[in-house]
Design a protein around this ligand. Sequence first.
Ligand SMILES: Cc1cc2nc3c(=O)[nH]c(=O)nc-3n(C[C@H](O)[C@H](O)[C@H](O)COP(=O)(O)OP(=O)(O)OC[C@H]3O[C@@H](n4cnc5c(N)ncnc54)[C@H](O)[C@@H]3O)c2cc1C
Length: 343
Amino acid sequence: MSTPLTVRVLGAGVSGLAAAHLLAADGHEVELVDERFTTPAVGTALGLFSPAQQVLSRLGVLEEVRSISAAPEVGTLRAADGRILATVPAGNALLVSRSELVRILLDALPDRVTTTRRRIEDVRPLRAGADLLVGADGVHSLTRRSGWPGRPRARSHGLTVLRGTTALEPPEISETWGRGWLFGITPLAGIGTNWFACLPEHRTSSPAEDLAHLRRTIGGHREAIDAVLDAATPQRTLIHGIHTAPPVWPVREDVVLLGDAAHAMAPNLGHGANTALRDALSLSLAVCGNAEVRRALHRYALRRALPGQGWRLGSEAVMRLAMTASTAALRDRVLSGSSARGS
Ligand SMILES: Cc1cc2nc3c(=O)[nH]c(=O)nc-3n(C[C@H](O)[C@H](O)[C@H](O)COP(=O)(O)OP(=O)(O)OC[C@H]3O[C@@H](n4cnc5c(N)ncnc54)[C@H](O)[C@@H]3O)c2cc1C
């Protein structure tokens, strides 16, 4: 092991929890800071693929996560009229509630991780006396805004995402691409159905009104979607925009960015949390193998900058394809043609 470092981690989401755990397990002194250490009441699903599962295994929580996950084998991509555009193998993904995943990661934190509940307005005091500051503070990262001044902030894509859970048995596993909207249905173990929708920005102060707008926009296209929308309630619906952050080199001096702080991406390839977990493992391996912090961080950046930005760009391209209104008919023809040729 390298010389023990004093590490501060800002942000106790998936990336910060994993990094704090792995660095503490390597013998470093870790303080984890977040304005809240609570898990959201509505736990919509995250898909975790094999590389992320390997990180969970390192953290000793894979079997617990697996025990509360759904593991579908295949899903379909459909047009608004229900036509199958593509059959998509799930690739051993585990579908787990994000809030349950965060709870498991929190419970598994080694005792030697100190946790501090505080909203941070200035990262300089966090750097004072620390060998390393880990910015795992999400898409609007204060760490990134402070340490990378002049870089553009995260930007909105002018879209609204609604997602929720219902006790309904999932009528199918699918993602439907309409003209300027999408709707997804997956199982969520122990709950029933996880659903998500994306449409052009429309947000009021009332979740009930936002859900009603979604029903007006998307309802009536497909029976499976209508069944889920009928069962959805404002109390079990989360509503937010989509923001992505412009690319940055994720290391500066003794500060490193992880997860959404480094490469916030559109949700369309379902890889934000997967990439965040890989970041955490790479950071701990780089720090473990290098006595000198800045060299270790450089090594981390060389490993992670490209995959992070690759997923960010790929996710944005898929988001544009999924959400197009003007070329939706052409998109559907091309996709259904290529899936027919492949079968
Ligand atoms: C609709 C949707 C679906 C998704 N589906 C998937 C999926 O299927 N698979 C997948 O891999 N990913 C998915 N993602 C992405 C995934 O949720 C994120 O990429 C991931 O959770 C990011 O984790 P993080 O730890 O980097 O950041 P966050 O989870 O945002 O955590 C940041 C933490 O920092 C804290 N914080 C921030 N600023 C401060 C401050 N100033 N002071 C104190 N605390 C602070 C916050 O309280 C928070 O706890 C999806 C995202 C969306 C929006």
